[in-house]
Write a protein that binds this ligand. Sequence first.
Ligand code: FAD
Length: 424
Amino acid sequence: MAHIVVLGAGTGGMPAAYELRETLDPQHRITVINAVDYFQFVPSNPWVAVGWRERTSITFPIRPYLERKGIAFIAQAVQTIDASANRLYLADGTPVDYDYLVITTGPALAFDEVPGSGPQGHTQSICSIDHAESAYRAYQQLLENPGPVIIGAMPGASCFGPAYEFAFILNNDLKKRKLRHKVPITFVTSEPYIGHLGLAGVGDSKTVLESALRQHDIRWITNARTESVEPGVMHVAEVDDLGAVRKQHALPFHYSMMLPAFRGVAAVAAVEGLCNPRGFVLIDEFQRSRTYRNIFSAGVCIAIPPIEPTPVATGAPKTGYMIETMVAAIVRNIAADLAGEPATARGSWNAICLADMGNTGAAFVALPQIPPRNVNWFRQGKWVHLAKVAFERYFMHKMKAGTSEPIFEKYVLKSLGIEKLEQS
Ligand code: FAD
């Protein structure tokens, strides 16, 4: 009998636990450990930050749903991992032994790399539900005292879609309130051009997003190295293609939401030989640690190289569906390992993303993630907004019901030629 511990109950960890339970013999124990006792649907945070969603509609308590499926749950942060002893320690010091460890701890937010940034400083974030709620409170102040807004992504960021999404949503909300004319918006991004998205662009993303920003009177600064933030002023160096500073900006703002660079969480980053220098888990093509053969990892916490070098550092995004393909491979590989067979499943790592823009939206599909691609399109339309709302409901239901691959994946994605596992 094996004990499989899933560390982190987010977009990667929850499906991993359900799929493991569905796939493995019931004699094997599965335990999920998560720093907090609730699940949060991260992609809806931009809506929370403008008051279009409440905390209760995008979070739920984890324990009853996992326990109903025979999965144990511990609501505590893991403090240390002793990988050579197959043991980890919870925040209260309790040890937990495992035979297999699935690490899905998501990102640590590197606000400290830009002094004055982040919710402890002078900019807002939508990376967690707590941050999104605090961003909403700050938004109330902006509504009372309208003025310039800065939205974007800082050096080293890898998650750009939500920054665009938030700029368009905020624009839409301000228009509804008839306040947009009092709020100049600037999009400040480390990307070399609008629509790069950490993916060297997807289809027509540059043209479509530039056009959408222009249509909505949102100015932009690309190749932007945000250097520091003080109350009401952001200091940004705009660099050229060779990385030399071509213009230094001191941008005034009443409200700002800047996505940070990510790194790995401390407990994982500290494990000898497990991670790269930024604390992301080094894995092989089968999602398996290169050092510890009983550790697998998926999601934002794994190390993947940037798609291409850029004048200001950018990373490659790890999007929800891509994460699910990693999870599917891990489940197959642990099942194979338990059966004494080689672990050879590979996630397809296909990047699919729906970005809401208020009443319309933009969707992209990049298959594979690294160009040249077999499928490479970026489209805009009202259907994306509707699809995003439907996807939120579907994913929340899926995470409560514990079904691992129902209708959406089976029919919609297959019709797009998208498979979870790489066909070799
Ligand atoms: P998370 O979902 O962040 O889960 C990590 C979990 O690990 C958390 O529950 C955390 O509490 C737990 N944890 C961390 N450290 C510890 C510890 N030491 N001990 C115990 N537990 C720990 N992708 C899309 O495809 N579509 C989108 O629309 C989209 N929107 C996004 C919007 C935002 C604002 C952001 C930030 C990302 C978005 N993404 C989107 C990207 C990606 O899908 C999400 O970031 C996704 O939540 C990542 O899943 P994950 O499982 O890797 O990490």
